[in-house]
Design a binder for this molecule. Structure first.
Ligand SMILES: *Cc1c(COP(=O)(O)O)cnc(C)c1O
Length: 437
């Protein structure tokens, strides 16, 4: 009798590896369920988004655009993507939206493919000043073989030096002026820079990866009306959707729209992760409903956290500008290049508070920086407000300034977090089911 493949008993070794993955996934969920997630680029997804992200769409393909597909079976997905394109245009107030990009980085690669040719000049914020790796030679800019120059930086204002940036653009005649950072405390003075860029015929590309939710919620700046031709971004940072990207434009020009669509497919994606696209569309619908409130609460919490950390005795950057106008707060924990940020991040993790070390102005080494970058978008998402920001600052002080035993502080973290287990600013608010299997 022929053996039935399904009846084979699995190898113990491989089954145990698979089980180890399940166990580690549960443990990772518990870390965030019981702890304070304060990585500025992260967020959690709503119960409705979770549903489609775990759906059959995961295994499907839909190359092309709604109504113009290469495969059969796409009619239902056409409905999803069409709703999504309309919603994205509305939420971001854009004339063009492509919602297929699988990440912010892919959106950037696509935008650079549409806007520039290898060898063209580009200006951007340096990674040392907070620019993203995709704006650097080691990332997308290098991948397109673009000739990069970086803007001078105003350390006090934590933004590009406007006069210096405009002068650079006028001298250089770049093809693309890239704006936006990963360390992003304040809106960029975009109007002046965009005017200089357009004067020399350059396109202005604004990377809103971090601040996309704040922009859509009307709480940061409005790049597409301040001179940006293209806006790229991630769908999972302050915009609280599943991981992915957006590619948006203020252009009315059909040929530019075609260029941008072609830069995503066939340019940079084949499968574009349909389950995540469906998740993005639900997140857009939820954002239409709750986004403005969410964005307002995030900025209010970030400013409160900055003030409370300073009151506890921490060195918080940009005191003169009320610390922040975004979801981020930066703290300095020691001398330049001392690694004090790395040590602080480890102590905090031991207490159940997850942050990342970050280079601050003057630091030259990414692995031994002096600072921390904190984000409040996830804590806000589970309902924390300004009172809780004061409690969070107190916990930071206990761990770092008072050198209390992190495992003792962890008990207080778990206690605080136990009251914030519901995902807010979404349809069907529910307990944080996404954290556990
Ligand atoms: C996070 C980030 C990106 C990349 O986004 P992914 O979705 O992680 O690929 C791009 N640009 C900036 C400024 C970022 O901070």
């Amino acid at each position: 009798m022929a053996e039935i493949p399904g009846a084979w008993s699995p190898s113990e070794i491989n089954l145990s590896k698979a089980n180890a993955v399940i166990e580690a996934t549960k443990a990772s969920g518990n870390l965030y369920r019981n702890g304070l997630g304060m990585i500025a680029s992260e967020n959690i997804i709503s119960p409705m988004v979770q549903k489609v992200v775990c759906s059959d769409l995961h295994g499907r393909y839909a190359e092309g655009l709604p109504g113009k597909r290469y495969y059969q079976g796409c009619d239902d997905f056409d409905t999803i993507e069409s709703i999504g394109i309309d919603l994205a245009k509305k939420v971001f107030n854009a004339n063009f939206a492509n919602i297929q990009s699988i990440s912010g980085t892919v959106s950037n690669i696509a935008a650079l493919k549409a806007l520039a040719k290898p060898g063209d000049k580009i200006t951007a914020v340096s990674t040392a000043d907070g620019g993203h790796i995709s704006h650097a030679r080691m990332g997308a800019v290098g991948l397109r073989d673009l000739d990069l120059s970086t803007y001078p930086w105003d350390i006090d204002r934590m933004e590009p030096d406007v006069d210096g940036a405009c002068k650079l653009i006028r001298e250089l005649n770049p093809k693309v002026c890239l704006i936006g950072q990963s360390v992003f405390l304040f809106p960029t003075p975009l109007k002046e820079i965009a005017a200089a860029a357009h004067e020399v015929g350059a396109k202005v590309m604004y990377d809103g990866a971090h601040v996309l939710g704040l922009i859509a919620g009307g709480q940061f700046q409005d790049p597409l009306r301040e001179g940006a031709d293209i806006m790229t971004g991630s769908s999972h940072k302050t915009f609280p959707g599943p991981q992915g990207g957006f590619l948006l434009s203020s252009s009315q020009d059909d040929s530019m729209h075609r260029k941008l669509n072609n830069a995503i497919f066939p340019g940079t994606c084949s499968s574009y992760h349909l389950h995540h696209v469906a998740g993005k569309v639900i997140a857009l619908a939820e954002f239409e409903e709750y986004g403005e409130t969410y964005a307002r609460d995030i900025v209010r919490n970030a400013q409160a956290l900055g003030q409370c950390l300073a009151a506890e005795g921490f060195d918080v950057l940009a005191e003169g500008r009320n610390y922040t106008a975004s979801h981020q707060v930066l703290t300095r924990h020691g001398e330049i290049d001392s690694g004090a940020g790395a040590r602080a991040a480890q102590l905090l993790e031991d207490a159940g508070i997850v942050t990342n070390m970050n280079m601050l102005p003057g630091d030259t080494k990414a692995m031994t920086p002096s600072g921390l970058r904190l984000g409040v978008q996830e804590l806000t998402r589970v309902g924390m407000g300004v009172n809780e920001m004061a409690e969070v600052a107190r916990l930071f002080a206990k761990v770092i300034l008072e050198e209390k035993d992190p495992s003792a502080v962890k008990m207080e973290v778990i206690e605080l977090k136990s009251n914030f287990q519901t995902i807010r600013y979404c349809f069907n608010e529910e307990e944080q089911s996404g954290y556990v299997l």
